[in-house]
Design a protein around this ligand. Sequence first.
Ligand code: FAD
Ligand code: NAI
Length: 515
Amino acid sequence: MPKEVKSEKKYDLAVIGAGPGGYHAAIRAAQYGAKVALIEKNKLGGTCLNRGCIPTKALLASAHFLERINDAQDFGITIKDYEADFSKVVERKNQIVNELGTGIANLQKAWKNDVYIGHGKILGGNFEEGFDVAIQGEIHDEVIIAKRVIIATGSTPALIPNFNVDHERILTSDDILDPNFKTIPKRLLIIGAGVIGCEFADIFANFGSEVTLLEYLPTPIAAEEPLIIKQLQKKFDSMGVKILTSQNVLSVENLGLSVKVTTCSASVPIDQIKDAEKSVFEADICLISIGRNKVSKNLGLEELGITTRRGAIEVDPSTLETVIHGIYAIGDVNGGIMLAHVASYEGDIAVANALSNLKKFQVKPKRTNYRVIPSTIFTSPNIGSVGLKRKQAKELGIDVLVGQFPYSSLGKAKCMGEEGLLMILADKHTLQIVGASCIGEGASELIAEVTLAMQHGLTIEDITHTVHSHPTLSEMVLETAEAVVGRAIHKKGRPVGPRLKDILIEQVPLRIEEV
Ligand code: FAD
Ligand code: NAI
């Protein structure tokens, strides 16, 4: 138990949770000169490094390598006698995770942050005197005092009681990404065709599993543009991945040698379902990927008066401060966008705000702005998006011009044998870019150019005036921006927009200044 004595260990900032929110915040605070305690009950890197972004991307990299080899004939290459060894794929994934984990530990050491391994809990305190934070675990069992606290405790897979997750045949993403999970199921059922469901479908279909996705909504990855969803469905179809939508899952049972999942149509009220209307699916493994729960229990929140809503710690959305002055919550646990880069971004904001009211740091407070947050689904093809979708623009009453450009019309994409499309939305009156969605090879990277443009309030003209190297996929951004105003070179179109004449006439000077 934590000792009830006043600690001699005093910090400017304690960060509870060392995922991409917490470990990033700890380093940022150290860069400002703060004395930092970083508390983690499991492994540095959190979900993202150990059970999320990185291990899935390592598996996807192997899966897509295999896909490439399978397509080698299309490129005039015959490859004989090759096979995938999934246990080696998993070992590679584990090694990547371990190396990056060591990297994070070394960075904390380099910034002289004290890392405590154990469960962190705020015992009490206040803005003036600081907060007592207990660390309880086998390695550390003590209490420290921190002037400010950032909670970054993240999330875990959402579970539904009658889905009977037994971690044997009925699994969560944590189980599949466990370092010892080395099985390719012959038949894989995935409940939830969101981001996790689709990424795992892609991984296992490439390694030969028969994959079926069961989704409650009428469409998978429902937040994306309908055209993009259609393209992913088409690709999954070509791989033999089945997506069954509007499915209400009634039960999931481990039968010993297989798993049985019973569903009915989502449109039928549960109390009116007849047996004949039920569908039964059998598989070797069932993955439950239906969203994530926030980790906000046993942190001392109730005692302090910090409120939660459905598990999410309530914060002022612009400062990320909780109702207790001096305590902040960032990342998945505050119920905002559940992405690693959002957690890190929020770390920057919370650190600036936490240190801004400590005189010795002279740090200016910062406010959040979620207008330009990119996101990616790392299937093959990738899906990348930023800013508004067409439906959202309509709901917000923003008149937009929409430009679309297909990969099939781009030289580089054609050479690479890639298909897909990029769509850019611009305000009709100002030509300012308000959103973009892309599906295709490198979508995750292409969207970065649009993200930078949006972050700086750039217009379609700013992109069309920028020379893009040929032949590259980056020309997708140029052509799509030109398509917004009907001026793409490699696509038929009718010029539209109020300031068209400027687009071709204005030139950015290409003069190199002599020094
Ligand atoms: P977490 O990463 O969850 O870290 C929280 C940490 O706090 C954990 O290490 C936990 O052990 C620790 N902790 C909890 N309670 C305590 C306590 N009381 N004391 C001490 N420590 C505690 N996002 C992307 O942007 N890109 C992706 O490609 C991507 N892929 C994903 C794939 C999967 C399968 C999953 C599950 C998620 C993925 N995500 C991805 C989402 C991303 O992982 C999360 O948004 C991100 O990890 C959230 O960061 P965080 O710091 O808020 O929390
Ligand atoms: P999600 O919210 O993306 O998808 C869950 C899906 O399950 C939804 O389509 C939902 O309609 C469906 N669903 C919910 N209950 C269901 C039920 N009872 N039966 C059938 N379907 C049901 O959540 P997911 O995929 O679990 O991912 C969690 C979070 O992790 C996401 O917010 C995502 O942003 C993040 N993540 C990000 C990745 C990335 O950036 N590439 C990769 C993986 C996860």
